[in-house]
Design a protein around this ligand. Structure first.
Ligand code: MG
Length: 251
């Protein structure tokens, strides 16, 4: 499948979807505290998204039962919200969610510490976030996809962290997952040439230990194999002829 180039009208809709998703994350962040269940976080997330007149894109996506993936500590991604699963002081928690606005999608993830967290956890969250920004320095028309992937990997590995191999970012538009796949690690090939109008969900998943991951028996939750902490940071990004536009980040 060719990578889609969005028209001005489509970009406008993706901007709006991104703005709503950014606001959703800002509101969700405020409810995180020790004692809240991941189930409650999901209910709040769905209410926020529907309140904006959007559809929570994760809900029922390939059977996923919730509007947000809540992944705690060694959980990398796709944690399923549950009534008995409570956040506690010292946890790190990633929230990954998406919206559909008038048929157009936005996808973004953030990782937060709950109360006081270890210096290692703090560093992991910061480096994961910064690795996204290192990657998008190369996200402009004329560069190649692998320029982004390599920059993310080089930055995260400088700190001794593991860059997850089994999960990657993706194009996004009317579908949540469109071409191309966007690895967070260097490829042998330079990948597609970036063009203005491409919209990409770039999402480093970084482990404090080794990069290996395994999927739990629930067939969704991905955890680090060595039990180390993991962080996730993602935004939907518009490629332009100049600086990339981060659609899902609060201005
Ligand atoms: Mg994504």
């Amino acid at each position: 499948m060719a990578v889609s180039i969005k028209s001005e009208r489509e970009i406008e809709l993706m901007r709006e979807a991104g703005k709503i998703l950014a606001a959703t994350h800002e509101e969700l962040k405020e409810v995180l505290k020790p004692g809240i269940s991941t189930w409650e976080i999901d209910k709040i997330c769905e209410r926020i998204i529907r309140g904006y007149g959007c559809i929570p894109s994760f809900k029922n996506y390939q059977g996923f039962p919730a509007s947000v993936c809540v992944s705690i500590n060694d959980e990398v991604v796709h944690g399923i919200p549950k009534k008995g699963r409570l956040l506690k002081e010292g946890d790190i928690v990633s929230l990954d969610t998406g919206v559909i606005y008038k048929g157009y999608q936005s996808d973004a993830a953030r990782t937060y510490g709950i109360g006081a967290i270890s210096p290692e956890a703090e560093k992991l969250i910061k480096v994961t976030e910064q690795s996204f920004f290192e990657g998008i320095k190369y996200a402009k028309a004329g560069n190649h996809l692998n320029d982004i992937s390599s920059a993310i990997q080089a930055y995260a590995e400088k700190f001794g962290f593991g860059v997850v191999r089994d999960l990657v970012g993706h194009g996004i538009g009317t579908e949540m997952h469109e071409d191309p796949e966007i690895p967070n690690f260097s490829q042998k090939r330079k990948g597609i040439k970036l063009q203005a109008g491409m919209t990409l969900a770039i999402e480093p998943m970084i482990n404090a230990g080794r990069y290996d991951v395994v999927c739990l028996d629930d067939d969704w939750t991905v955890v680090t194999e060595d039990g180390s902490l993991s962080a996730h940071y993602e935004n939907t990004v518009l490629i332009t002829d100049g600086e990339p536009e981060i659609l899902s980040l609060a201005k």
